[in-house]
Design a protein. Structure first.
Length: 745
């Protein structure tokens, strides 16, 4: 009956009942939508608009139901048409702004909210929505201003307090964020979003057990809330409850299969658990659903290298280079070292990364002069336990001259009951276990201790130390050892290096002033134990005879170009094998396949399983020549090989990471094993392998010279680094800025 009436009305444009029929259709459309028949409701609302194109009520109703059905372009067209009728219509302007947010058009949404706020009074909800868009645009201070005004206008709306807390978290004002979430909970005590959001801030404050309780409360209220499962996983991960964390991430992923944050978190956890293949597939999914997710492309490439997947290797590198050149967050500074050999690009990447993610904070040290009797030096790190850094540095910590230096360990990692941890706790005047404190609290404590020189032992390999150093807790701050390159940070004054690893011509590629130590940048602990029992070749999986090339570098450092050379060496040296670190069955399969592709029997690749450090040093003695990688040389692994009496052949590039092997080999007294082109590297390797007597002589030289080698003279290195600190301090006390200098030998 209604259709017949509509047809009759449509036959005459001047029919007086046209608007009335449109109103009747509008009511019917509303009723259909309320009856859960949205598609039929949409059709009827379209008929209403056809009869009365000026009906803003019909536009509003149709736009809303199209939005609810996920037809954002259709809804947007409806609101645009309405605004063509009335450009100052507040509701349509607001709905259009909301749609632009949902579609990801942040700048356009901001302009639309500006327009809405110009039309109508500054409603708290609209101010908060605009604040949310400003937050997405990274304009956190402006966002906070909007949220402050919103909560002032309606202090009983818990959602407004929650939005304000979120931006305070972005700004790092964690205590204020917590207070804002408390106000939100006072308004809405059992709201899952507020509970888990407050728990997330507690986690950032290191209050993990309290955070855990809030996430569990949120999930008890809403078991299908994926964000709460993700936040629970983050907290469990921080508590080292890794399997439970993985289960929580998987539950979150089940609820939101394509959520980038969940994919990212679970992939990172699987990497930590050395579930490399699973991590690889998660990163692969991540870059498909969110190709611009920060650092996803670089982490995916790193995961590919870990499992030996070199398919389209050069194309992947080209994409990463293009991303860096476009100033996008495509790769972390440390991960780029596996493929980037350009020091200028390395500096640009590090500087941009610091500017975007770890900018300088208000300085805690403001020019005060301390005048301590002993120079107070603080080593800031995350790895005061069984880790490569203490294996190199433990002897230095123990050898400091306590008459002239007061030493502090600023430990931000979880405490572990290990022999190395106990050794380190006794190696300092003050060992401060500060894993439970925020970066700002750690920095404040360092300032209270009046630290003269803070030495960062992590660099871009861990975020927490960066947050500490950004607060400038000490007058002088030094980049040393763990991160093999420039930090790009304006609050790191010096980098400790040597004349080989950073030649004078390369100083321009470092944001820090370069200090040349007299022998090598790398310390070593001459108390490292080598197992007395050397395994047989058979026990190690090696053939009974034949030359043994090895490269015990991490698989991410191995690339197709260097592998091409290794395979040519195997073809040139009959009966030789290549000994690599085992990286799982998938990695081994890929490497064997790559060997066969290059005409080498896959059985000539041997994979060494993980063993304790002393046993690994002992089995190195079965190898004849260690082949280094480029552009990321062996670092700790290089000194391990030389300490074990294994000659190492390296090729020096242009970056710090590409010259570390050369620095170490020079310091060991074997300059003839430092080459400067891959062609020379291959030629020397082939010559040595075809002359076993020469290789044996090199091993004998290493064995006899080890006790006298400056590379392994811990006391001598400690004295040199102390001279460096004293020279830095002397400049500082004279009122001079940091400058390049060399430490006399």
């Amino acid at each position: 009956m209604l259709d017949e009436t509509l047809a009759s009305a449509a036959s005459s444009a001047s029919c007086p009942t046209r608007a009335a029929i449109a109103t009747e259709l509008l009511a019917e459309g509303h009723a259909l939508i309320q009856a859960a028949c949205p598609l039929e409701g949409i059709e009827v609302l379209r008929r209403a608009l056809a009869l009365d194109p000026t009906s803003l009520q019909a536009h509003a109703a149709l736009g809303q139901v199209l939005t609810d059905q996920g037809d954002l372009p259709g809804a947007f067209a409806v609101y645009e048409a309405a605004l063509a009728l009335d450009p100052d219509h507040y509701l349509m302007t607001l709905k259009r702004a909301d749609l632009l947010v949902a579609a990801g058009f942040k700048a356009e949404a901001l302009a639309a909210y500006d327009r809405a706020l110009a039309i109508a009074p500054r409603l708290p909800a609209v101010l908060s929505n605009r604040g949310n868009v400003l937050r997405q645009l990274g304009r956190f201070e402006a966002a906070l201003a909007d949220h402050d005004e919103a909560v002032a206008g309606d202090p009983l709306d818990g959602g407004l307090w929650c939005n304000r807390a979120a931006v305070l978290g972005d700004l790092g004002h964690l205590d204020e964020a917590l207070a804002s979430y408390d106000r939100a909970l006072a308004c809405r005590p059992d709201h899952p979003v507020i509970l888990t959001s407050r728990g997330f801030i507690l986690g950032r404050l290191g209050r993990f057990k309290e955070a855990l309780d809030l996430h569990e409360r949120a999930l008890a209220l809403d078991p299908g809330y994926a964000v709460a499962w993700r936040n629970l996983a983050v907290t469990l991960n921080a508590l080292k409850r890794f399997q439970e964390a993985a289960a929580a991430y998987l539950k979150a992923l089940e609820l939101k299969p394509g959520d980038p944050d969940i994919l990212f978190g679970l992939a990172n956890l699987f990497m930590l658990l050395e579930r490399r293949e699973a991590a690889y597939f998660l990163y692969e999914r991540l870059v498909k659903v969110a190709p611009d997710f920060p650092f996803a492309q670089g982490l995916f490439f790193d995961a590919r290298l870990l499992i030996g997947n070199w398919q389209d290797h050069d194309a992947h590198v080209a994409r990463l280079e293009a991303g860096l050149d476009a100033a996008r967050d495509v790769v972390l500074p440390f991960d780029a070292m596996t493929w980037n050999g350009d020091p200028a690009r390395e500096l640009a990447l590090a500087s941009a990364y610091v500017a975007r993610h770890f900018p300088a904070q208000p300085a805690l040290w403001r020019g005060e002069r301390y005048g301590h009797e002993r120079l107070r030096i603080a080593y800031v790190g995350h790895d005061f336990h069984e880790h490569v850094t203490p294996h190199l540095m433990a002897g230095v910590f123990e050898s400091h001259d306590r008459a002239r230096f007061e030493t502090f360990a600023i430990s931000q990692g979880q405490k572990r009951d290990q022999p190395m941890r106990r050794r380190l706790e006794g190696a300092f005047d003050h060992f401060l276990d500060l894993a439970h404190l925020t970066a700002g609290q750690v920095a404040s404590l360092m300032r209270a201790h009046e630290i003269d020189i803070a030495i960062d032992l992590k660099g871009h390999t861990h975020a927490s130390e960066w947050s500490v150093m950004a607060h400038r807790p000490a007058p002088l701050q030094v980049n040393f050892l763990a991160f093999p390159g420039t930090t790009g940070a304006p609050y790191l004054d010096y980098i400790l290096a040597d004349a080989f690893i950073i030649p004078e011509a390369n100083r321009r590629f470092f944001s820090e002033k370069v200090v040349h130590l007299p022998i090598s940048y790398q310390p070593n602990d001459r108390h490292r134990v080598i197992s007395r029992v050397v395994p047989t070749r058979k026990a190690a999986g090696l053939p009974p005879t034949g030359f043994v090339f090895c490269s015990f570098n991490k698989s991410t450092k191995i690339n197709p170009a260097i592998f091409d050379i290794w395979m040519r060496l195997l073809r040139a040296v009959e009966g030789s094998v290549l000994w690599l670190l085992a990286g799982g069955s998938v990695h081994a399969d890929h490497m064997r396949c790559e060997a066969e592709t290059r005409g080498v029997d896959a059985n000539r690749l041997v994979f060494a399983p993980s063993v304790p450090p002393a046993d690994h040093l002992a089995r190195m003695r079965l190898a004849d020549l260690f082949l280094d990688t480029l552009p990321f040389n062996a670092h700790t692994t290089a000194s391990d090989a030389l300490w074990a009496g294994l000659p190492l052949l390296t090729c020096a590039g242009r970056t710090f990471a590409a010259r570390a092997g050369g620095s170490i080999v020079h310091a060991a007294g074997l300059p003839e094993l430092v080459t400067h082109s891959l062609a020379a590297y291959e030629e020397v390797a082939r010559a040595l392998a075809l002359d076993p007597a020469r290789c044996a002589a090199l091993k004998e030289r290493l064995e006899h010279a080890r006790s006298a080698s400056p590379l392994f003279d811990t006391v001598r290195f400690t004295a040199a680094i102390e001279r460096a600190f004293s020279m830095m301090q002397a400049r500082h006390e004279a009122g001079l800025p940091p400058a390049h200098f060399s430490v006399p030998g």
